[in-house]
Write a protein of this length. Structure first.
Length: 183
């Protein structure tokens, strides 16, 4: 069903805009430097990609978010780095509307500025926030907009596509983005 709407890319391509209080934060997480999504504004990503691709997502207004509609299960967001950074796509297939929790299987796709790709599915995401912001009527049904915050880790490196190039490593990540659900 998700492919039906890949489709209506809800160009919620909104710049990562945080409050002025967010701008003073160093982007680090809590204890042990684990990332957290609490300081990422309405759209943000904090993570390090190294190896075959090197991208530093600071969580300091350096990405825009593109999200898709979801009609059954799954979250899919592309965090496009500003200033020619590349992008990171986060795909969490088994989460349902409004659901929070730990250890959701996740696939990550990294694309560098030269359009080379790396992907892996041995990643896990925990979602701490998934709350309704607003609803609206549209020609394709009722749209329900949610703010989602989470953290994730990958247990193995991402493979290059096509195979053969150096693998990419994604460090612990924190994200925050708006997602739209519909019937």
């Amino acid at each position: 069903m998700r492919l039906q709407l890949v489709f209506l890319v809800l160009g919620l391509a909104s710049s990562a805009c945080g409050s002025s209080a967010d701008k003073g934060r160093n982007g680090g997480g809590g204890e042990g430097n684990e990332p957290s999504g609490s300081s990422l504004g309405t759209c943000g990503l904090r993570s390090e990609v190294s190896g075959g691709a090197t991208i530093h997502f600071t969580g300091q207004n350096d990405v825009s978010c593109t999200t898709l509609h979801s009609s059954s299960t799954g979250l899919d967001a592309i965090f496009s780095g500003l200033n020619a950074k590349g992008s990171l796509e986060l795909i969490v297939d088994d989460v349902t509307e409004g659901q929070t929790g730990s250890d959701f299987p996740t696939r990550i796709v990294v694309t560098d500025t030269a359009r080379a790709n790396w992907q892996g599915s041995d990643c896990l995401t925990s979602i701490s926030e998934h709350h309704l912001l607003s609803t609206e009527a549209s020609a394709i049904g009722q749209l329900r907009h949610y703010q989602v915050t989470g953290v994730g880790t990958c247990n193995t490196d991402l493979d290059s596509l096509p195979a053969g190039d150096t693998a990419a490593t994604v460090g612990p990540l924190a994200f925050r983005a708006e997602f739209t659900w519909r019937d």
